[in-house]
Design a protein around this ligand. Structure first.
Ligand code: GDD
Length: 306
């Protein structure tokens, strides 16, 4: 189900319905019509920085929207038939209480996005306990792919580095180069979502790779892919990344990408998912960078305006 209206496609192996997480009656209508057996709630205003500007909207869609969807299932009398997946997030750990983070680590949200997702997390557990619904929270750490939105840091880096390799752009501007994330491949993580809903009993699971890397390392590896080495000079907002051999400035810091409160370090421990349903990630950090760089170079070659 999409948060924003989209087309209804006849003859495809799937159907898109108009829907909106702020509109309860449309959620009820869609569920009554489709009578799904599994619902994956991936609908969200999912950009952390944007949530500081659209805080109320983010709470409506990501927090109360989850409640609307759960209530819509109950209104349709399907609470015993539908399995429900909630896209919870490592952003819940925010200012982390321990490292690595697991299902028992306390939450400390650091953005309106994370606060809204915290409501979503707990309302899922409450409905599971109150109404015996099959509802799971997947606490997914960052998951990336060539389909990642272009204003998230990994895709912003691979798109720009691809353009630099094709001489379509000179420099990449970023915010905090030192924040660290546990980045996995979305393909692996979607499999984990599905596996969760095939269990006998609903539960909450961390999905992560168990490795953490800085934004700076993601930049370095992306440039390495196009045969360039980045050397860092200066510090803070004056730090730059220059291309070894030519001294051309390739990376600059722009404070407009800083967040009012930052999540400095995320590193997940997915051992519960491994022991309960045998999930482990297949794609490592370097292969993730390679996959995204390969796809973006191809994209920019064929469509320089993309
Ligand atoms: N977006 C962005 N743009 N982030 C930047 C930039 C930049 O130019 N420069 C540095 N960063 C830093 C951010 O400050 C943050 O610390 C890190 O890069 C990752 O930012 P994002 O890629 O925007 O992802 P996120 O970690 O904030 O959130 C994503 O992952 C969560 C799972 O942990 C989103 O997909 C969330 O919806 C998801 O819940």
């Amino acid at each position: 189900m999409y948060q924003n209206p989209s087309t209804h496609q006849e003859g495809a192996s799937f159907k898109l319905h108009y829907g909106d997480m702020t509109d309860s009656s449309c959620l009820v209508k869609i569920i009554a019509q489709v009578r799904p057996t599994e619902i994956y709630n991936l609908a969200a205003q999912s950009h952390v920085k944007i949530s500081f500007d659209l805080s109320e909207y983010t709470a409506e869609v990501d927090g109360v929207g989850t409640l609307r969807l759960l209530d819509a299932i109950r209104t349709c009398g399907l609470e015993k038939q539908v399995k429900f997946y909630q896209a919870s997030t490592s952003e819940l750990y925010g200012k982390v209480a321990e490292t690595p983070q697991n299902e028992k680590t306390p939450f400390y949200p650091r953005s309106p996005y994370a606060c809204a997702k915290m409501y979503g997390f707990w309302i899922v557990i409450n409905y599971r306990e109150a109404y015996d619904m099959f509802a799971c929270n997947g606490i997914l750490f960052n998951h990336e792919s060539p389909r990642r939105g272009e204003n998230f840091v990994t895709r912003k880096i691979t798109r720009t580095v691809a353009k630099i390799s094709l001489k379509q752009q000179e420099v990449l501007e970023l915010g905090n180069l030192d924040s660290k994330r546990d980045w996995g491949h979305a393909r692996d993580y979607v499999e984990a979502m599905w596996m969760m809903l095939q269990l006998e009993k609903p539960d909450d699971f961390v999905i992560a790779t168990g490795e953490t890397h800085s934004v700076r390392e993601f930049v370095e590896e992306s440039f390495k892919f196009i045969g360039k080495t980045i050397e860092w000079r200066g510090s803070g907002v004056d730090e730059i990344g220059v291309e070894k051999g030519t001294d051309v400035v390739r990376v600059k810091v722009n404070p407009k990408y800083f967040r009012p409160t930052e999540v400095d370090l995320l590193l997940g421990d997915a051992s519960k998912a491994k022991s309960v349903f045998g999930w482990t990630p297949k794609v490592g950090f370097l292969d993730l960078v390679k996959d995204m760089m390969t796809a973006d170079i191809e994209l920019m070659k064929n469509n320089p305006r993309a």
